[in-house]
Design a protein around this ligand. Structure first.
Ligand SMILES: Cc1ncc(COP(=O)(O)O)c(C=O)c1O
Length: 373
């Protein structure tokens, strides 16, 4: 019940990787055949990914994950131009928020756009904040805590109108909504492998061919001189296999997951003092986020773990933190509510029986801990 934190590596992904962890261990930059086998495997993976996303293979850059892709999208601006204004939202992932903070420390001006009570960014405010100095807008496709699907089509139109490059963090959206880059107007988009059954530590920054990105990690000539370091060949191959698998029964998977999500939400809302965080419809099919009026997350989560249920308070990156969720606070929730959310993130492998078990344990927890607030 915590697939937004990470997913299990898929069998076909692991199988595809093994040869590159064993015999085919050549460095892709070596000119002899063993090295060139690795190089060919990387390019093959790049092509599969580009086919899935409907973009050019040359627009795909491999990174170490979503965090690096987000850092690159923002920090590349340091070498860019005299423009020094960035716009993002208050509910972005820490990878964006902390990169934005860094950019502020480096002399940039950053505006953090507010969101409404369901987590939708304020489009009017976004348009008002754009100025002749704006170098980048960075807004997420789907929020990692409450699952809100942002109005990225409208955001694209606004950015186009003013000629401002747009970066989208699509880490949580990948595999859960169709992403067709040939129909989108974005300069950069971030993805991560471990959310779709590929290994941890591999990701992508899509960079539109018309956007001139600066290198982020300097060193060798890898990734067309934009991202140095010997490529993580096995993980790149695994990522290609994971993307290929996303095509299998895509619509069927989405429909099944949505039905299961709606069942869980409906049942949860029958419980005493349960509030849904985020919108009912325009949310990730995988996301359920609620606050219990009378139960603390710090009491509930260990109880769930004791009953073999993996779940989160906010995002995995903030697990263990006793700070209130910045996302819920931005949505206007009280400190108490922002301190005590429960995020369940399902996927198509979860069954109705598992959902029923979780609901049973949550009902038990509510009876047991009602007094401990
Ligand atoms: C929206 C979002 N962006 C970025 C990341 C970071 O991705 P990674 O774990 O691959 O660094 C995450 C991870 O949960 C995420 O949810």
């Amino acid at each position: 019940m915590d697939n937004a934190a990470t997913t299990k590596i898929k069998d076909k992904v692991l199988e595809s990787m093994l040869p590159y962890l064993k015999d085919n261990y050549g460095n892709p930059s070596s000119i002899y055949s063993l090295g060139q086998k690795s190089k060919a495997a990387i390019e093959n993976s790049r092509e599969k990914i580009a086919a899935f996303l409907s973009c050019k293979p040359s627009e795909i850059y491999f990174t170490s994950g979503g965090t690096e892709s987000d850092n690159w999208a923002l920090k590349n601006l340091l070498k860019n131009s005299p423009k020094n204004h960035i716009i993002t939202s208050q509910i972005e992932h820490e990878a964006i928020l902390k990169s934005a903070k860094f950019m502020e420390e480096m002399g940039n001006r950053v505006d953090y756009i507010s969101v409404d009570h369901e987590g939708f960014v304020n489009l009017k405010e976004l348009e008002e904040k754009i100025s002749k100095d704006t170098n980048l807008v960075s807004i997420m496709e789907a929020n990692n805590e409450v699952g809100t699907l942002e109005p990225t089509c409208e955001i694209e139109k606004i950015c186009q109108k003013y000629g401002v490059p747009l970066h989208i963090d699509a880490v949580q959206a990948l595999g859960n909504i169709p992403i067709d880059l040939s129909k989108r107007n974005v300069s950069m988009m971030s993805f991560s492998g471990h959310k779709i059954g590929a290994p941890k530590g591999i990701g992508i920054l899509y960079v539109n061919e018309n956007y001139k990105i600066n290198s982020f990690i300097d060193g060798g000539d890898q990734e067309r001189k934009k991202r140095a370091s010997t490529e993580n060949v096995a993980s790149i191959v695994g990522l290609g296999a994971a993307f290929e698998e996303l095509n299998d029964n895509f619509e069927e998977r989405i429909l099944y997951t949505k039905k299961l999500r709606d069942y869980i939400i409906d049942e949860l809302l029958k419980m005493d003092g349960v509030k849904l965080n985020g919108p009912r419809e325009k949310r990730l099919v995988t996301n359920i986020n609620i606050s219990f009026e009378n139960m603390k997350s710090q009491v509930l989560l260990p109880f769930l773990d004791f009953n073999d249920i993996c779940a989160s308070q906010a995002s995995a990156c903030q697990a263990g933190s006793i700070d209130p969720s910045h996302v819920l606070l931005a949505m206007g929730r009280s400190r108490q509510e922002a301190l005590n959310p429960l995020r369940l993130s399902i996927n198509y492998k979860n069954t109705k029986e598992e959902a029923e078990y979780v609901l049973e344990i949550l009902n038990k927890a509510q009876k047991k801990f009602k007094a401990v607030v």
